[in-house]
Design a protein around this ligand. Structure first.
Ligand SMILES: [Ca+2]
Ligand SMILES: [Ca+2]
Length: 283
């Protein structure tokens, strides 16, 4: 769905992805049409894309993308949208498979790779008991590199499916005055919650990195996103015209293939995490 933004806002201060291309890691790669692949439809893939333009949590912003989660209902694993201030900054990444390149195998297992401090929204297409997933595809709010969640959204549909070969309209809205996060998928509010992000999550930091992560495991799907609009406002006071969608002609090179461990997942402590940090960042 291509619904124009209608924001309560004042002055647009930063827009245009042309000013903020993405840094890609792992299997992330530019696609035709200005979209960015996160994972190809192959097992044990992981890809991340971070905007080079940080967000200021003191401003109201709304980010709108299309996300694509594949065509195979039995595929995996999903995409997360992440906002973070991990010490590794643009080289931060999480674990593969069910962790979607964002989190870690279990909330108590802190030895693996995960992105923290952070908040994220997952669009999860594969059931994993360890993460407390429902059997159907779902969206869920996550924090600090933990995929485990106790609440989720599935449109009250037990067979809710996101792997339908269609683009899904995703929006992430931050209202600093109300300290309110609102996340939309295809026009539905899939999460809404109050949080003092600056102090409760980011320890006083106001400039944060944002982007997408995704991975596959034994099962896979092509997964990608397409930027539609980014709007950042200083003064939330009145309605303004929506910003123009903008996507650059990315000239990024294809990211090198990651050296994934092809072994099946066994015990948490025996998992070899792919070394994304050994993959050079593309600029
Ligand atoms: Ca599904
Ligand atoms: Ca899952």
């Amino acid at each position: 769905m291509r619904v124009p933004l209608l924001l309560l806002a004042g002055m647009v201060v930063a827009i245009s992805s042309a000013q903020s291309p993405f840094k890609l890691m792992g299997d992330a790669a530019p696609m035709d049409g200005g979209c960015i692949q996160l994972t190809p439809d192959v097992p044990y893939s992981e890809g991340l894309a971070y905007s080079t333009q940080k967000l200021n949590l003191n401003t109201y912003f709304e980010i709108q993308f299309d996300i694509y989660l594949g065509t195979k209902e039995e595929g995996a694993d999903g995409i997360t949208f992440v906002v973070h201030n991990d010490p590794n900054q643009y080289q931060a990444f999480g674990t593969w498979g069910e962790c979607m390149g964002y989190g870690r195998w279990s909330k108590d297992y802190v030895a693996g790779n995960y992105i923290s401090p952070s908040v994220a929204v997952e669009f999860d297409t594969y059931y994993n008991a360890r993460q407390n997933d429902p059997y159907c595809d779902h969206a869920a709010y996550l924090e600090n590199g933990t995929n485990f969640h106790t609440q989720y959204w599935n449109n009250n549909t037990d067979n809710y499916n996101l792997e339908d070969g269609k683009l899904h309209d995703f929006r992430f809205r931050w209202n600093p005055e109300k300290q309110l996060i609102t996340v939309f998928l295809d026009g539905h509010i899939v999460y809404s919650g109050k949080k003092d992000l600056i102090h409760e999550v980011f320890k006083g930091a106001t400039q944060v990195i944002w982007g997408f992560t995704a991975s596959t495991g034994r099962a896979s799907n092509l997964q990608y996103f397409c930027l539609k609009q980014i709007a950042v406002y200083k003064i939330p006071s009145r309605a303004v015209k929506p910003v123009k969608p903008a996507i650059p002609n990315l000239t990024l090179q294809t990211a090198p293939k990651m050296d994934h461990n092809q072994a099946a997942i066994s015990e948490v402590t025996s998992v070899q995490t792919p070394r994304l940090d050994q993959v050079p960042l593309l600029r």
